[in-house]
Design a protein around this ligand. Structure first.
Ligand code: GLN
Length: 322
């Protein structure tokens, strides 16, 4: 008797079980005290397709903070408000091959211009030019775009924010350096407040899967049938996710997974799988958004089990953009 093939949902359930043990290869981010204490064996995923069908598995419902995934959203807000050229005068588009919080290249590149908006130096600069006269208005601009993309309202977690605010010595150093070179046009503490609050915005895998889906569809919300952000901005954001989204692991990530993705130290992974021209192997026909959460992270600051899981999905369903 022929064995019935496993459904996508069953496969994802199997893979969650298979990859959960890999969480012990990683560690929760400890430099942000509030992140250290969460359950490090969590692993969850949501996959959303353009018709709204959704696969959810494992700890998909657990709430976590965006951390560096917020850098994609703030970059998009800045580009939508000021236009792309204005933003690119203040932050470059080049991968660094360095860790996310590295300071070394600020002194080596174009008189202090941050190399890209996915590393902390570039993201702090972007946060400083967000629309609004004060830190509250700037943060609200990020929350508002997320609300438009996901269709619900968001808030930041005060405990996670304060926990990082008190220990953010390296980010303060980056911000002071940027102030000195003229790439920070507002006060250091104000820019840091915006940046660290946007990092503390609370989400689930479903929320980031939906944001990934909108990016995958070039800024178009296929369920609400509405263009949320310009195509050029969505493409720019995806190119940055691919080349810089996983910092000094971006090359390997592109080679073996090949999906524009952004990871954060809280263990979130937001992946935008664009629609494919040739679709033989993939059951996910028209592109999709994938959100993963697994707080045990690797040396690059990405979810250990989450990256294994995404690689398994990308290989089995032939999702690499290459
Ligand atoms: N808030 C974190 C930081 O600035 C974000 C880093 C990350 O997720 N890679 O250090």
């Amino acid at each position: 008797k022929a064995v019935k093939p496993r459904s996508n949902q069953q496969l994802i359930d199997d893979w969650i079980q298979q990859y959960r043990p890999f969480t012990i290869q990683g560690k929760n981010a400890s430099y942000i005290p509030a992140l250290e204490k969460v359950n490090s064996s969590h692993l969850g995923i949501s996959i959303i397709e353009p018709d709204g069908s959704i696969i959810k598995s494992g700890d998909w419902k657990v709430v976590f903070t965006l951390q560096s995934i917020s850098k994609v959203i703030s970059f998009i807000v800045a580009c939508m408000h000021h236009g792309i050229p204005y933003v690119l005068e203040r932050v470059d588009l080049e991968p660094t091959g360095d860790p996310f919080d590295s300071i070394i290249r600020l002194e080596m590149h174009k008189l202090g211009k941050p190399l890209n908006p996915m590393i902390n130096a570039g993201a702090i600069t972007v946060s400083s030019i967000l629309p609004g006269a004060d830190s509250k208005a700037k943060l609200d601009s990020v929350l508002l775009l997320m609300e438009k993309m996901v269709g619900k309202s968001f808030t930041y977690n005060e405990e996670v924010f304060l926990s990082e605010w008190k220990t953010a010595n390296r980010n303060r150093a980056l911000a002071y350096y940027l102030k000195e070179t003229g790439y920070l046009e507002i006060e250091v503490e104000e820019a840091l407040e915006v940046y660290l609050k946007q990092c503390s915005i609370e989400v689930t895998t479903e929320d980031i899967a939906l944001m990934g889906l909108v990016l995958a569809q070039d800024g178009y919300h296929p369920i609400r049938k509405e263009q949320i952000l310009p195509k050029e901005v969505a493409r720019l954001a995806k190119s940055l996710m691919l080349t810089c989204g996983v910092y000094n692991n971006s090359g390997r990530f592109a080679a073996f997974i090949g999906i524009p993705s952004k990871t954060g130290v809280s263990g979130g992974v937001m992946a935008a799988v664009p629609p494919r021209v040739r679709q033989e192997a993939s059951p996910l026909l028209d592109g999709c958004g994938i959100g993963i959460y697994g707080p045990a992270i690797d040396e690059y600051g990405s979810s250990v089990a989450g990256v294994f899981l995404l690689e398994k999905i990308a290989k089995t369903w032939d999702l690499s953009i290459f």
